[in-house]
Design a protein around this ligand. Structure first.
Ligand SMILES: Nc1ncnc2c1ncn2[C@@H]1O[C@H](COP(=O)(O)OP(=O)(O)OP(=O)(O)O)[C@@H](O)[C@H]1O
Length: 754
């Protein structure tokens, strides 16, 4: 991977230098005419199309060259913005020359040349002279906003702040020459007596104003003023400093009823955003190879450890009112909930307390109360009460925990959130080995999936992790669409999703063959000895029900095959659905995906479908989850990690700067993929591939590079060649043997054609 990045950087630098050289050459050609025949042709070409505006080209070339050298972060929108602004201003330039015939003058290379002349002519004919200028000016502005990725409001407020000094000076000057001031000056001169009186009045007024406002000049105040000043100082020193972080204000003022509202989350996103972060997030150009994104790209954790009041006494009293004799023996306060561990006196039935959950909620003025009865391993019940003023659990804080930091490369750690008492919950997807996430709409599934994917991006390079993202809703996983970690382009079509899942099954089968042939038992041991390591593949399905509606049988059978066998092959599934019904989470799927997360659901039937027990209907929403990993006796209550779109964008931007998407499967193959076409068909590249293998060696990566195809297509070509007798069988860590020589090749190919 290191090679790929340094190669790409070198290529960009070379292009950058050449473009700048061309800029200087073009300038010479345009200004001096001393650039030989090529310069003459180039200058004629530029002036024909751009007229006098051709002189802007060398500047643009220099900027382009520098962009290549410093690392391009050019996207399609910025390019569109540039062209819009450039051509609109070119047209304005042409119009401003006042030609009789815009078109003809453009043809002669005057003004904005053929381009400027033609657009000016079209605009003038359609909108008239003044109308064209208004429209073109607005288009230039729109282009500039797109190019510099700023909002009009920000731009205007910037202009205001930049010019406010100017305005205030202007106001001062105006104030000085206003008629009333001039009149006053005149009066002053005419009546010195009146003037003296009025001046002494105003002094008195000023003094009393200062006395009333000790903050202004306390040292000049009279005694009572001084006292007030002192009092003010004392008051303000008692007060904490004004909070500049709007999030703090939120936590102070908003009891969790619960979490942030959508508007507030949007505001959080807005506040969290340094608008110019794309200048800030720089990959270290000096370093070779792929750089894992730094955790600094995420928002700081902001756990409110103080929280609301301790309600133990009120809880004991409430239980007592209902005839239950019990003591609160321990209180555990977490970011969003407090768990009161309650020990009932002997003889009190557990169910009696469980049935009181609504009454307890009412008495404690809580939205909902969940009771864990009993707490495993303790002779106590857990009564979980939502906090007033809950905290947002940020992904960064969870990932900063030592469990995550010390993870090794065979692990697929995900920062799920924080447990009730606030400790970070980090899980290993490799151990799970698959995860089912279900919950009502708006309960926190997508945020959870974003946290899962982002966690993985903080550990693995595109070389050792591939993500198959299936997003039938088309909007949930869009932020990841340019990642170099992708197995294929993000799949939004349900039929294609079913076919792509089949490809993953094929890949799994191939991996098993490789393990068998190399005498290894799974991806870890295989990678230890293999020349080409296999990446982990994580399949993320954002909405299973959409897939099940289109191709229930295919999807179910692929999921089950993968779920049963893919752990050793390094393939893991993360499947989410908002419809926890038995036609979506079928018995088979459920039996094969043992680790589950339930977010808030509307009924205990839904909760049972997901977890085989009730409880999820008591969850609070906003990322509140029951996490039931394989092997656990009971689900754990966890507050899910929160990550906003802005944070995801920063992380993906950091990664995408380093390399282009490198799909695991071939993009053309992906484009052609439908259910029927998955059957074996001869690859049109087979003959080229055979020639390459005979000339060089039987290597999948060599074919990928030379034919610009994905891993699975190259692997399939090698398999075809094995069937045809071109190469020998898989040979462990060594390359396969090539069975025909270059001399035999022509005859072999013509025999095959016949
Ligand atoms: N971990 C969290 N902490 C705080 N708030 C959260 C958390 N997760 C989700 N939320 C809040 O809940 C809202 C909905 O979350 P999300 O989009 O993940 O729901 P969803 O279950 O995917 O919904 P849908 O099924 O409709 O897509 C978020 O916009 C956010 O305001």
């Amino acid at each position: 991977m290191a090679g790929i990045f340094s190669l790409k950087k070198r290529r960009n630098e070379i292009i950058g230098i050449l473009v700048i050289a061309w800029a200087i050459f073009s300038l010479l050609a345009l200004v001096d005419g001393a650039a030989g025949v090529v310069g003459e042709v180039a200058a004629d070409f530029y002036t024909f199309f751009l007229g006098e505006a051709a002189l802007t080209l060398p500047i643009l070339f220099v900027l382009l060259g520098l962009k290549f050298i410093t690392g391009p972060d050019i996207n399609k929108i910025k390019i569109a913005g540039f062209f819009l602004a450039y051509f609109s201003s070119l047209t304005i330039f042409h119009l401003s020359q006042g030609f009789q015939d815009s078109f003809a003058s453009g043809l002669l290379g005057a003004g904005g040349g053929v381009i400027g002349g033609t657009t000016a002519h079209i605009f003038e004919t359609v909108f008239g002279s003044l109308g064209s200028r208004i429209i073109l000016l607005s288009l230039t502005l729109v282009g500039l906003l797109l190019l510099f990725d700023v909002f009009l409001t920000d731009f205007v407020s910037y202009l205001f702040s930049a010019t406010s000094g100017l305005f205030s000076n202007f106001k001062e000057i105006l104030a000085k020459i206003s008629p009333s001031v001039l009149l006053a000056q005149l009066k002053k001169i005419i009546s010195s007596q009146d003037n003296a009186e009025s001046s002494s009045d105003s002094e008195e007024n000023d003094e009393s104003a200062i006395a009333k406002n000790p903050v202004l000049t306390p040292e000049e105040n009279n005694d009572s003023g001084k006292e007030e000043a002192k009092k003010f100082e004392e008051d303000s020193s008692d007060k904490p400093e004004a909070k500049v972080d709007p999030k703090d204000d939120f936590f102070e003022e908003n009891p969790r009823d619960i979490g942030l509202s959508d508007g507030e989350k949007a505001e959080d996103e807005e506040n969290s955003t340094d608008k110019n972060w794309q200048e800030l997030i720089e990959v270290d150009q000096e370093e070779e190879g792929y750089q894992i994104p730094p955790l600094e790209l995420l928002e700081e954790d902001d756990i409110n450890s103080e929280g609301g009041e301790d309600k133990s006494d009120l809880l004991e009293k409430t239980l007592d009112n209902f005839g239950v004799d019990a003591d609160v023996v321990e209180t555990r306060k977490g970011p969003t909930l407090t768990r009161y561990e309650v020990q009932p006196e002997t003889g009190v039935k557990v169910n009696k307390i469980v049935n009181l959950s609504d009454d307890i909620a009412l008495s404690l003025a809580a939205k909902d109360v969940r009771i864990e009865a009993p707490i495993p391993g303790k002779s106590a019940l857990g009564i979980e009460v939502p906090n007033q003023g809950a905290s947002l659990v940020r992904l960064k804080g969870v990932l900063e925990s030592s469990d995550f930091k010390e993870g090794d490369e065979d692990e697929l750690l995900i920062g799920l959130g924080r447990a009730i008492e606030g400790s970070p919950v980090v899980a290993d997807l490799a151990e799970m080995p698959h995860l089912l996430i279900a919950g009502a709409t708006g309960s926190g599934k997508s945020v959870c999936i974003n946290s899962v994917i982002t966690s993985l991006l903080f550990q693995h390079s595109p070389e050792d992790l591939k993500l198959l993202l299936i997003d039938p809703k088309k909007v949930e996983l869009v932020n990841f669409k340019e990642l170099p970690h992708l197995f294929s382009p993000v799949v939004t079509d349900c039929k294609k999703a079913a076919s792509t899942l089949k490809l993953v099954v094929e890949e799994m089968e191939k991996r098993y063959e490789k393990f068998a042939e190399s005498g290894t038992r799974g991806i870890e041991s295989y990678n230890e000895q293999a020349e080409e390591e296999l990446p982990y593949i994580i399949v993320v399905i954002d909405e299973l029900s959409d897939l099940m509606m289109v191709a229930a049988n295919e999807v179910e059978s692929s999921i089950c095959r993968l779920a049963q066998m893919s752990r050793a092959a390094g393939i893991h599934l993360v499947i989410a659905t908002q419809r926890p019904s038995v036609d979506v989470i079928t018995g088979l799927i459920k039996a094969n995906i043992p680790s589950r997360i339930a977010f808030a659901v509307s009924s205990n039937t839904d909760s049972r479908t997901i977890l085989d027990e009730s409880g999820a209907e008591k969850l609070l929403g906003d990322g509140d989850m029951l996490y039931y990993p394989v092997g656990a006796k009971k689900p754990y209550r966890v507050q899910g990690s929160f990550i906003n779109n802005e944070e995801v964008n920063r992380v993906t931007f950091f990664i995408n700067q380093q390399t282009d998407p490198e799909f695991f499967i071939d993009e053309d193959e992906f484009d052609d993929l439908t259910l029927e076409e998955l059957e074996d068909e001869e690859d049109e590249l087979l003959e080229d591939a055979i020639e390459l293998v005979v000339e060089y060696r039987a290597s999948i990566s060599m074919l990928q590079r030379r034919l610009h195809i994905g891993h699975s297509r190259a692997a399939r070509l090698i398999d075809n060649m094995e069937e045809m007798g071109v190469v020998g069988p898989y040979n462990g860590p060594k390359p396969r043997e090539v069975l025909i020589s270059e001399d035999e090749l022509d005859k072999f190919l013509s025999d095959e054609q016949e």
